[in-house]
Design a protein around this ligand. Structure first.
Ligand SMILES: [Zn+2]
Length: 272
């Protein structure tokens, strides 16, 4: 379906992630066996991995595309103001989320396509993602683009953006993250997005392919235990991709919730 540039690193990273998942799975299993006598861990470890395995696939025939999809929220104001806060520097959050450019009316306000703005798409995904994470028992902060308390502490920080390009349909989803971030966790996020959209993993751009991704302005204000990253979900200036992102936004949110839940759960088990 795509015109994405191949990047060469994707397949290698996928293999690395797959091996890491297998390695962690066996480590968790072994760890669980050790701890069984003390009545801890295996259920937690197994359920974390099972959640990753439960991602809704784009081509899953059990998904009724017409019935399950909410109508596109073109022109709709995303009512997440009551969910957004500046955060509390004394709290260690499981997950800190930021809808890209949220709340800005000047400066870097984000891009958009013919049907939806980047701010609205990001807010719509984050609204559902935050709700799902809370349902899974996680403490979540949703912060705006500016004015949040600093430094904030969390296991993971993730900002959601969507690309725009002056040459339409030349970009693709991508990941950015700060030095020291856990790559398995970040690539679980990519796997969740790719699965939602029907992309193979090597259709992503190279990790950190722009300075905005590798040195995102929020990283220095977050003390994260697992990772701090940016997910560019796709390109809104590409009409075909814009429609796909609108159609799939709820599944993207659900799958990102599974991925972040697993990343946090595994990270905590690993003593992060
Ligand atoms: Zn953006």
């Amino acid at each position: 379906m795509k015109r994405f540039s191949k990047n060469g690193i994707g397949i290698r990273m996928l293999a690395a992630v797959a091996l890491s998942v297998i390695a962690i799975g066996s480590m968790l299993h072994a760890h669980g066996s050790d701890e069984q006598e003390q009545g801890v861990a295996p259920e937690i470890a197994n359920s974390a991995l099972a959640r990753v395995g439960g991602l809704t696939e784009y081509f899953d025939s059990t998904v009724d595309m017409d019935a399950d999809m909410a109508p596109p929220f073109v022109g709709e104001i995303i009512p997440i103001a009551d969910m957004v806060s500046n955060g509390d520097t004394s709290t260690l959050y499981d997950v800190i989320l930021q809808p890209g450019h949220y709340g800005r009316t000047s400066g870097s306000t984000g891009g958009g396509g013919a049907l939806i703005s980047e701010q609205k798409l990001a807010a719509g995904i984050v609204e559902r993602l935050a709700s799902r994470l809370k349902e899974l028992g996680h403490s979540v902060a949703v912060i705006p683009a500016d004015g949040f308390a600093r430094p904030l502490k969390g296991y993971v920080f993730l900002s959601i953006h969507a690309d725009g390009s002056s040459s339409p349909c030349a970009s693709a989803p991508s990941l950015g993250y700060d030095d020291g971030s856990d790559l398995l966790g970040m690539h679980l996020v990519a796997y969740g997005l790719g699965t939602s959209l029907g992309y193979t993993y090597n259709e992503f751009m190279n990790d950190n392919f722009t300075a905005n991704l590798s040195s995102y302005y929020v990283y220095k204000h977050i003390k994260s235990r697992i990772f701090e990253g940016v997910l560019e979900v796709g390109e809104l200036s590409c009409p075909e991709e814009e429609q796909l992102l609108i159609d799939r936004k709820d599944i993207i949110a659900d799958n990102l919730a599974y991925a972040l839940d697993a990343a946090v759960t595994i990270g905590k088990l690993a003593g992060r």
